[in-house]
Ligand binder design. Structure first.
Ligand code: BTN
Length: 251
């Protein structure tokens, strides 16, 4: 049984909020937790998480939609205050938080695809989205949990259920939150998480194509992840630092 819906009960929500040290807002249905968390950030909210069972208009990276049937996924946005010292890097390291949370729940082999994807068996199981909102960072995370059929996304996406893991979304939320808090806590934690990102990277050393927003695709070998989170690509004309874009494997 999945316990995430228990957050609809004010007593449970209050107990979990106290446990996590963040206000929790629960929605059975909302347009987007990311939009709502941005509103809360603009109102000056303290540490908060907006959680939904279903989003009518979920947002993905680069203007895409994020679609998930009601009850299928962990859909949550964190208002992180104070703003982490290195927001872009923190957003990238959210993949490490998710991978660690999954490992804690028995799913050990998550790999990370630059910048923010978590993969199982070479397919995307989770993505995250980071928006600066004044002096807060709004970090949205979507994890495919219970889907049994991903339709046309099946060649590139998966869910925990499809990987054979029956995971409770409330347990997953608590663990992701704990790992995000750990990574936010201290520079040495971020250094350790960066090392773990590199160890879990699915594309380092491979030949890739990177498409930036509206730019010409760049091809090269994904050489390394720089300390600031940039992807260093060895191209025919030398090393290039990529700050944003979509990466696909060439071979
Ligand atoms: C991606 O494209 O990989 C990022 C997906 C981020 C989806 C999550 S689901 C919870 C939060 N609310 C949104 O509207 N988007 C993020």
């Amino acid at each position: 049984m999945d316990r995430l819906g228990l957050l609809g009960d004010p007593a449970v929500r209050s107990a979990v909020s106290t446990d996590l040290g963040r206000t929790i807002e629960w929605h059975a249905e909302i347009r987007s937790t990311q939009e709502r968390a941005r509103e809360l950030a603009a109102q000056g909210a303290g540490p908060a998480i907006v959680v939904a069972d279903h989003q009518a208009s979920g947002r993905g990276r680069q203007g895409r939609a994020w679609v998930a049937p009601a009850g299928s996924s962990l859909l949550a946005s964190w208002v992180l205050r104070p703003l982490p010292a290195d927001p872009a890097l923190f957003a990238l390291l959210s993949g490490v938080a998710i991978a660690r949370a999954l490992a804690d729940l028995g799913v050990a082999d998550a790999r990370l695809k630059w910048p923010n994807d978590v993969q199982l068996s070479g397919r995307k199981v989770s993505g995250s989205l980071a928006d600066a909102a004044g002096d807060a960072l709004v970090l949205g995370i979507g994890i495919n949990v219970h889907q049994r059929d991903l339709g046309e996304l099946a060649p590139i996406a998966t869910s925990l259920a499809l990987e054979g893991a029956d995971i409770d979304r409330l347990a997953l939320l608590a663990r992701v939150d704990r790992e995000l808090a750990r990574i936010a806590a201290a520079p040495e934690e971020r250094r350790a998480a960066l090392a773990e990102w590199r160890a879990r990277a699915s594309m380092l050393g491979r030949e890739v194509e990177v498409r930036g927003a509206g730019g010409t695709p760049v091809r090269g070998v994904a050489r390394e992840l720089a300390d600031d989170g940039a992807l260093v690509l060895r191209t025919a004309s030398g090393d290039q630092r990529i700050l944003a874009g979509e990466v696909s494997l060439l071979r």
